[in-house]
Design a protein around this ligand. Structure first.
Ligand SMILES: [Mg+2]
Length: 401
């Protein structure tokens, strides 16, 4: 089976997402996706990556991955190179599934979580998906949609939000209340009043629902080691489940210093790409739980290996999502398969909002769990109604001569 055509679909309302569709000479179409810098991604796909598919058997995914990785090795295998390879890899897995009439989780070796994958809710609002890289994400300024989980914990009452999540069956949530205080001293220092302000939602959650809710802190890598230690120590009485990216994961030994200084487990990081980056984190004993993004790190093929690497070190794995619907679908196949899935990340403001608008899977929660799509391949397609949106554009990136 050969690829004869590749297209990228964009929606101006969600400017970071690239949907990649690969069509084969058997008439199948596979869907992939990546997030951030869509014009740059399309340029790399068109100039470098898609021509390498020419004449290849689309079902030989691993060989294509290795050839593509090796081809971009000379300029570093990071960023757009891996994000583009991710999008192609996910689309190839979708094609393999359609060709064999099996869902991806089954092709990976079946499910380890037959009742569904336990999930946590990242408490963003829908506007969070509408910012552009290099400028702060736009939750604070975007029009508010329902549910406005970000507004509820950042300006309202995080205790009420925790109760509303429990009502939805969700028993774990992620928030980032220290972010606004990082710019004051470039993340080098946090004042006592700012520390108290950052703790406020944690206090509200514990006061409202006790220990029924697990709380994950996202730090977005804004802090120095000493400020991160101050925050981690102040949080310990609130028993957070994980500290994610309080400091940047660039230097594994520094992250290991933070880990040794706190009782709270450390999660790192979707910002580290490929198994080689994650191996360095594990070698340095820098994290307790591995986070990876299937559509940044090298696709389903690479994210699966990262999950296995984490398992070999007795660590759990989380497949990142705060991006797009095909990423969540790919993640759910991986998370359902991996025996060491810690939880799957999801954003209910997205699954109830634009994921449904753009894609035909509803991501129905059942008792705090999500099932991967059961239809062949990724089990997710762009909706025809989405393709007719006035802000939709389609670029042809490859056509077989
Ligand atoms: Mg993160």
């Amino acid at each position: 089976m050969k690829i004869v055509r590749a297209t990228a679909t964009h929606f101006a309302a969600w400017p970071n997402i690239t949907f990649l569709e690969l069509t084969t000479d058997a008439g199948l179409t596979g869907l992939g996706e990546t997030y951030y810098t869509p014009q740059t991604a399309c340029a790399f796909l068109k100039e470098v990556l898609l021509p390498q598919l020419a004449g290849r058997d689309a079902l030989q995914i691993e060989a294509f991955w290795r050839a593509s990785y090796d081809a971009s090795h000379v300029y570093g295998n990071r960023g757009v190179e891996m994000r583009c390879l991710s999008a192609v890899d996910v689309a190839l897995w979708d094609l393999l599934g359609q060709h064999t009439k099996q869902p991806v989780w089954q092709l990976l070796g079946g499910t380890s979580h037959p009742a569904g994958v336990p999930v946590y809710n990242t408490c963003a609002s829908e506007g969070y998906a509408q910012g552009t890289p290099g400028s702060p994400r736009s939750s604070a300024t975007s029009p508010r949609t329902t549910p406005d989980d970000y507004g509820q914990w950042s300006e309202g009452d995080a205790g009420l939000l925790a109760q509303s999540l429990l009502d939805d069956g969700l028993r774990a949530m992620k928030i980032w209340p220290f972010d606004p205080f990082a710019p004051a001293a470039n993340g080098q220092y946090i004042s006592k009043p700012d520390l108290e302000r950052g703790l406020r939602p944690f206090r509200q959650i514990r006061d409202a629902v006790g220990d029924k809710m697990e709380i994950i802190l996202e730090g977005h890598g804004y802090w120095s080691l000493s400020a991160a230690r101050t925050i981690a120590e102040a949080l310990e009485p609130y028993r957070p489940a994980l500290l994610e990216d309080l400091i940047r994961p660039d230097h594994a030994k520094t992250l290991a210093e933070l880990r040794r200084s706190t009782k709270t487990p450390i999660c790192a990081s979707e910002l580290v790409l490929t198994r080689y980056g994650v191996q360095a984190l594990l070698d340095a004993e820098a994290c307790d739980v591995v986070m990876t993004d299937a559509t940044w790190t090298g696709g389903i093929s690479e994210a699966r290996k990262i999950g296995v690497l984490a398992e070999a070190h007795n660590r759990g794995v989380i497949f990142h999502d705060c991006t797009g619907p095909a990423t969540l679908a790919a993640s759910l196949h991986l998370a359902a398969h991996a025996p060491n899935t810690w939880m799957q990340e999801m954003v209910r403001a997205y699954t109830k909002g634009f994921y449904r608008e753009l894609a035909d899977h509803s991501f129905e929660l059942k008792d705090g769990r999500l099932l991967p799509p059961s239809s062949p391949g990724l089990g997710l397609k762009l909706k025809e109604s989405a393709r007719r949106r006035p802000d939709a554009t389609v670029q042809v990136l490859y056509e077989r001569a």
